[in-house]
Design a protein around this ligand. Sequence first.
Ligand SMILES: Nc1ncnc2c1ncn2[C@@H]1O[C@H](COP(=O)(O)OP(=O)(O)OP(=O)(O)O)[C@@H](O)[C@H]1O
Ligand SMILES: [Mg+2]
Length: 215
Amino acid sequence: MLEINNISKRYKKGSEEFTALENVSLKIEKSDYMAVTGASGAGKSTLLHAIGGLVHPDSGEVLYKGRDIYKQKSKVTDEYRKKHVGFMFQQFHLMPYLTVLDNIRLACYEKHQLHSINNYLDKCSLTGLKNKYPSELSVGEKQRTAFIRAIISNPDILLADEPTGNLDPANSSILMSLVEDFHKNGGTVVLVSHDPLAAKYANRIITLEKGRIVL
Ligand SMILES: Nc1ncnc2c1ncn2[C@@H]1O[C@H](COP(=O)(O)OP(=O)(O)OP(=O)(O)O)[C@@H](O)[C@H]1O
Ligand SMILES: [Mg+2]
C-alpha cells in the first residue's frame, strides 16, 4: 500500500546541516500496525510527516498505491492528505478558535461522516465537552479530540505521533483501544511511541537512530 524508497531529509541549522532522515526504505502493507520507536531527535516525526504528504523529502520517493505522492498534481496530493490519511500530531494542532465539535467537523468532507461524530464523542467520553475550546481541555481530552478528527473521515491510514505521550495509564489504554479498533476495522496504522504499552499492539516495530532504520 505504501512504499518508501530511500528517502532523506536534511535541515539547516545556522551554518550546520542536520540529517533528520537518511536513506530510509520501508514497505507498509494494508494490514500493518507498525510502531516506530527511537530516541528523541531520531527522525520519527519527520518520517511520519513524509509519509503523510506533509514534508517533502530531499530525495527518494513515497509511493501510495504505486504513485509518488510528491510527484502528482497538487490536487492529487491534496486528496491523499484529505481522504486517505488521518494524522494525529505530536502537538495535536487543534484549531484554538474552534470547539471540539467544530474541530472534528472540519475534517469531514462527506455528509455521512458528520453523522458518526456523536457516536465517537460518546466512545471517547467527550460528549459533555463538545462545545468547549481546546484551551479548556485536559491533555487527554485534546488527544482524544485529535484522534476523532484523524479518523472521522474513515481514512485508509492512521499516522499517530506519540498518541499516548502525556497520558495516564487509564487514558492511554482508552486511546490505544480506539486505535486498535481502527486497525481491526481494516485501517493501516503507523504509530510513533516511546511507550512499550503502545508498541505492544503493533505487528511490526521499526527503530530509528540518527535518521536511519536500525532494526
Ligand atoms: N523544521 C525543522 N527545522 C530544523 N530541524 C528540524 C526540523 N524538524 C526536525 N528537525 C530536526 O530533525 C531531527 C529529527 O526531528 P524529529 O522531530 O523527526 O525527531 P523525533 O524522533 O520525532 O523526536 P521526538 O521524540 O523528540 O519527537 C531533530 O534533530 C530535529 O531537531
Ligand atoms: Mg517527534
